[in-house]
Design a protein around this ligand. Structure first.
Ligand code: ZN
Length: 342
């Protein structure tokens, strides 16, 4: 199904199959993903230095924003944690204000096993779906909810947030930001160098619940607060660590400029797309017509990109960006998100 608002000039996305389309034989079980990086040794940071485990705080002693970099919201995505570990060892510090580095789901991370690398994403539930006021006010029923509540006082003080993630399937890096001006300005700031210039995506939220970047702290309009999620590349590639390092450095260097110069939020993004449709597999035989890489652009509207049982899935407009296609999707799961370049 496609959910959310679709612009009127959309072509239809799903039609009954008229003929046999060429279909990629999609694997029914996940392939083996090689792990090219070793998990970081988090011993120096596990206890934290401000009273919360896994939270390292560095205060410049000068007035300025409170900025937070988060890794390991997903326990098996440790490229961001490797980047943070390296920068902490190099003694990275904020120019003004307070900087915090958060290693979020350390419990899940501890269960990482290279021969089953996708299993340690979380212990009982996804830590990136629990950040709505509703969920945070319910009694904690999982290891992840407990951790969210433990981290909440930090989130509630954060002016600018960078949340580090990575992707299972091969894809070009991208930023995901709430569609508030200050978050988009933050994404633009992070895209301001050639080697950190990636597509910025605004979207319909996540189907499963609120992500950390959507915590009310960051989405209330008119405040100089913002959040961005970085999808830095494939989970276990060295390049993903390097990309994370470049983006964190830029974030720490430039956050104060953004915080004090609110006129920046008036600028438009040069490389921006918005998600129009979430395509969910309705059948057990959903298959893409090619092994698409995330970030791939389909030039023409009406191109068949997948079949799903008796249906074909078409691109609804020209220059359609495929966001994180899941090449091994199961029935009921999100197969791909479609985004329109703005
Ligand atoms: Zn993630």
């Amino acid at each position: 199904m496609s959910c959310g608002a679709s612009p009127r000039d959309h072509h239809p996305i799903r039609k009954k199959r008229q003929r046999l389309s060429p279909v990629l034989a999609s694997p029914r079980r996940l392939p083996d993903f090689p792990v090219f990086i070793d998990p970081p040794d988090l011993t120096p940071w596990e206890n934290g230095n401000n009273g919360i485990a896994g939270v390292i705080e560095r205060d410049s002693g000068r007035p300025g924003p409170e900025i937070t970099v988060v890794s390991l919201i997903h326990g098996n995505e440790f490229a961001g944690a490797l980047a943070m570990d390296r920068l902490l060892r190099e003694d990275i510090r904020p120019i003004c204000g307070v900087m915090r580095f958060v290693f979020a789901n350390i419990n899940a991370f501890r269960h990482f096993q290279p021969n089953n690398p996708t299993a340690s994403r979380f212990i009982s539930e996804d830590l990136n779906r629990v950040w709505s006021a509703d969920r945070l006010h319910q009694p904690s029923g999982s290891s992840e909810m407990e951790r969210a509540l433990e981290l909440l006082p930090i989130i509630q003080r954060t002016d600018l947030l960078l949340d580090l993630h990575s992707m299972l399937w091969d894809s070009t890096p991208l930023y995901i930001s709430p569609s508030t001006r200050s978050s988009i300005a933050l994404a633009e700031m992070l895209s301001s160098r050639e080697d950190t210039q990636f597509l910025t995506l605004t979207d319909l939220g996540h189907m499963g619940g609120s992500r950390l970047i959507e915590h009310e702290r960051f989405i209330s309009p008119g405040k100089s607060r913002g959040s961005v999620l970085l999808e830095a590349g494939q989970h276990w590639q060295q390049e993903t660590v390097e990309t994370s390092i470049r983006v964190i450095r830029l974030f720490v260097e430039k956050a104060a400029h953004l915080y004090f110069d609110t006129s920046r939020a008036e600028h438009g993004l040069t490389c921006h797309a918005t998600v129009t449709d979430n395509i969910v597999a309705r059948s057990a035989s959903f298959a893409f017509t090619r092994p698409y890489k995330g970030g791939h652009i389909i030039e023409s509207a009406g191109t068949v990109i997948a079949t799903d049982g008796d249906d074909e899935i078409f691109t609804p407009y020209d220059h359609c960006v495929l966001i994180m296609p899941n090449l091994c999707v199961r029935r009921g799961q999100l197969a791909v998100r479609l985004a329109r370049r703005l």
